[in-house]
Design a protein. Structure first.
Length: 401
């Protein structure tokens, strides 16, 4: 039996990630009842579902069939026109195959992601960051990058300044951040900023980072100079006020006393060229080691987890900067503790990107003490993620105990 079919619309707009319903009219041109099997074909066949896929009609009658088209929201779903065919095969004569065709116009999707690989860096004047620009849409991403600093303290050069990324691909971008001035105060300065990847007609992709500008003059240089000058002054005063008169008196007593006496002398190093007495050197104070301690956490919804750092034996940690990151704007709370003592409590819903813990004076942890970061996850802002993701970056100096 012959059949005839047609779509109610010639061109249909389809948005990736959404369902489009098409209607197909099938007519039985024969005089007797027959059963027809409907099968999708063409490039969009994998996205299509026919309901019902098998129909039985009396001769000369027609029936409307619904076809659901679900184009996946993936980079591989190419934007633009694509064809959809439906093959109609009668059971009475399987060789008499008829078909109906239509054109699907797949809309473009725009999903760009900008991930900064080094969220925080230190430097006196500049630092180089690396970031990945990822295109999860189905159209070409052609983005120009900009640094946004509300304080106006830093500027940046990008390599490359603009990037083109194919659907499903990613590219590496380097950014050199420069401070517009020196940090003359004897403490580091924290400058948070944002990087935007703009493309006309599509949402802007953003990433956050922090530049910790170290001072030109080290924090403890002045104190060390004063201590050194004081030490030299004490040594000179002791020599001229105590040691040298004592040596002179001992020599005079030795001349006056006929019988030799046992004396105790101070042994000093004599320079063979000049004959001057050289005082033993005083070891310089340990400057310590600058450390950056990342404490990342990934906590499922409704749970609490903690990350810990223990100060090594024989050392002490002097904390100068604490930066808290909530990149996905998750919900919950974040607590920073020294052992069991709470130092800071943050509500994650109030943290958009980066925030710094206020440190008026450095926090010092002794050997064996723990710095604890505890996160309680109560909700996710982005449903594509399964856990609350927070990062706490601790900067400071590790000193000998």
């Amino acid at each position: 039996m012959a059949a005839q079919a047609w779509f109610s619309h010639g061109d249909v707009d389809v948005t990736p990630g959404a369902v489009a319903v098409l209607q197909l009219t099938v007519v039985n041109l024969g005089d007797s009842t027959d059963t027809f099997v409907l099968t999708p074909a063409g490039m969009a066949a994998g996205w299509s579902t026919i309901n019902p896929a098998t129909i039985t009609m009396f001769g000369g009658t027609q029936q409307v069939v619904d076809i659901e088209v679900f184009a996946p929201l993936l980079p591989s779903t190419t934007a633009g026109p694509t064809s959809l065919s439906v093959r109609i095969v009668p059971q009475s004569d399987p060789d008499d195959v008829r078909s109906a065709e239509t054109t699907l116009n797949i809309a473009g999707s725009f999903d760009r992601r900008l991930d900064v690989l080094q969220p925080a860096l230190r430097g006196r004047r500049s630092a180089t960051y690396e970031m990945m620009l990822e295109n999860r849409g189905n159209t070409l991403a052609s983005c120009r990058l900009h640094l946004i600093d509300p304080s106006g303290r830093v500027e940046a050069d990008f390599d490359p300044p603009a990037a083109g990324v194919e659907p499903g691909a990613s590219t590496l971008i380097r950014m050199k951040v420069r401070s517009k001035g020196f940090q003359w105060e004897r403490r580091p300065r924290t400058v948070p900023f944002r990087i935007d990847a703009d493309q006309p007609g599509s949402p802007t992709a953003s990433g956050s980072a922090t530049f910790v500008q170290t001072p030109i003059v080290p924090e403890r240089l002045v104190g060390r100079l004063i201590a050194l000058i004081t030490l030299v002054a004490v040594a000179l005063g002791s020599w001229f006020g105590v040691v040298k008169p004592a040596i002179r008196d001992a020599a005079d007593d030795a001349v006056r006393v006929a019988m030799p006496a046992t004396t105790t002398s101070v042994v000093a190093t004599i320079d063979s060229a000049t004959g001057a007495t050289v005082a033993p050197s005083v070891p310089e104070e340990d400057q310590g080691t600058i450390v950056n301690i990342p404490l990342p956490l990934a906590v499922p919804v409704g749970q609490t987890d903690a990350a810990r750092y223990t100060v090594p034996a024989g050392q002490r940690l002097r904390i100068t900067d604490i930066i808290v990151q909530n990149p996905n704007i998750d919900l919950g709370s974040l607590i920073i503790q020294r052992n069991d003592v709470t130092l800071y409590t943050f509500s994650l819903g109030n943290i958009f990107g980066d925030t710094s813990a206020p440190l008026i004076t450095p926090i010092e942890l002794l050997a064996g003490e723990q710095l604890v970061v505890q996160v309680t996850c109560t909700g996710l802002n982005d449903p594509t993620f399964s856990t609350c993701s927070q990062n706490v970056f601790v900067s400071g100096v590790l000193l000998a105990a």
